[in-house]
Design a protein around this ligand. Structure first.
Ligand SMILES: NC(=O)C1=CN([C@@H]2O[C@H](COP(=O)(O)OP(=O)(O)OC[C@H]3O[C@@H](n4cnc5c(N)ncnc54)[C@H](OP(=O)(O)O)[C@@H]3O)[C@@H](O)[C@H]2O)C=CC1
Ligand SMILES: O=C(O)[C@@H]1CCC=N1
Length: 276
């Protein structure tokens, strides 16, 4: 009789993004007993266990036991130390390594884990919790088709996936979609506050702003027309929208967005260099 447990997935780090991914996976039918999570913070570990029924551990070395795929979900600043503590197990079991860390390259991860491993860099975002995420994926040369398919299936369970051939562009992916939900939340905050300043009560302003973002996002994703065409349909000549859009343009909105995305992209590259 075969007493081996089924192949399992280990998450190293059980913070915000791991929680979004694990919550999304379990909500979409993944067997939580095949998911093992290392997280040093007691409250986070207990919440992960209670909310999703996954196996939890204090230490990464215990979580990776028997796992044939590892998701590295710790901050870039601690990634080197976390990997170097797992080198012996990585070389013994040769898992598929999936890192979601901003900036940290596949080459760095492979080197810190002892070399010659299949490493996939993934950049998901928190809407994964609702199955509405999007993930950019880059695989190193040691990753075979089965490894690529496993990584794509893992992240594809919680949203769309896009393969990126040039690893350098993963920092731009991070800046656009990894960080992107925060920009939308900032816009929501600003719209809500501006509505309140015009006299709307906070609850009404919140519903109006949030539902507008949802409806607009659905039009962007469920219709063929590009954003500028959809925008034109809202903008009656000489009307209210035109007054607002002209104010945005005069205030340098596009340039500001470009500078923000450039700052995030640059920060990703700094995180790689600073934590090598
Ligand atoms: N948040 C997001 O929207 C996204 C984040 N990412 C990436 O995901 C990674 C995690 O980010 P995020 O979830 O926001 O960060 P969090 O700080 O919320 O989560 C990381 C967790 O890992 C824990 N940890 C630290 N050391 C270890 C260890 N040795 N073993 C196991 N766990 C450990 C941390 O504990 P402690 O706090 O005590 O250090 C923390 O609870 C980052 O690399 C980030 O770039 C990628 C896409 C989107
Ligand atoms: O802010 C960060 O660095 C991480 C990566 C993308 C989203 N959060």
């Amino acid at each position: 009789m075969n007493h081996q447990s089924p192949a399992s997935l280990a998450f190293i780090g059980g913070g915000n993004m791991a929680r979004s991914l694990i919550g999304g996976l379990v909500a979409r039918g993944a067997d939580p007993t095949t998911i093992r999570v290392a997280e040093p913070v007691d409250a986070l570990r207990h919440a992960m266990q209670q909310d999703f029924g996954v196996h939890t551990f204090d230490h990464a070395a215990d979580a990776v036991q028997g796992a044939d795929a590892w998701v590295l979900a710790v901050k870039p600043q601690v990634m080197r130390a976390v990997c170097e503590a797992l080198t012996t197990q990585a070389q013994a079991t040769r898992p598929l390594v999936v890192s979601i860390a901003a900036g940290i390259t596949a080459g760095q991860l492979d080197r810190w884990l002892g070399g010659s491993l299949a490493v996939v860099r993934a950049m998901p975002n928190t809407p994964a919790l609702l199955g509405a995420g999007v993930t950019g994926l880059f695989a190193n040369a040691a990753t075979d088709n089965a490894g690529r398919a496993r990584a794509a299936a893992l992240l594809g369970a919680v949203g769309a996936t896009v393969w990126i051939d040039d690893e350098h562009l993963m920092d731009a992916v991070t800046a656009v979609s990894g960080s992107g939900p925060a920009y939308v939340f900032l816009l929501a905050e600003a719209m809500q506050q501006a509505g309140e300043a015009q006299g709307l009560d906070p609850a009404a302003a919140r519903v109006l702003a949030a539902q507008t973002l949802l409806g607009a996002a659905r039009m962007l994703t469920e219709r063929e027309e590009p954003a500028d065409v959809l925008r034109a349909r809202v903008t009656s000549p000489g009307g209210t929208t035109q007054a607002a859009i002209e104010t945005f343009e005069a205030g340098g909105f596009r340039g500001l967005v470009a500078r923000a995305i450039d700052a995030a992209t640059t920060r990703g590259r700094e995180l790689s260099a600073a934590n090598d």
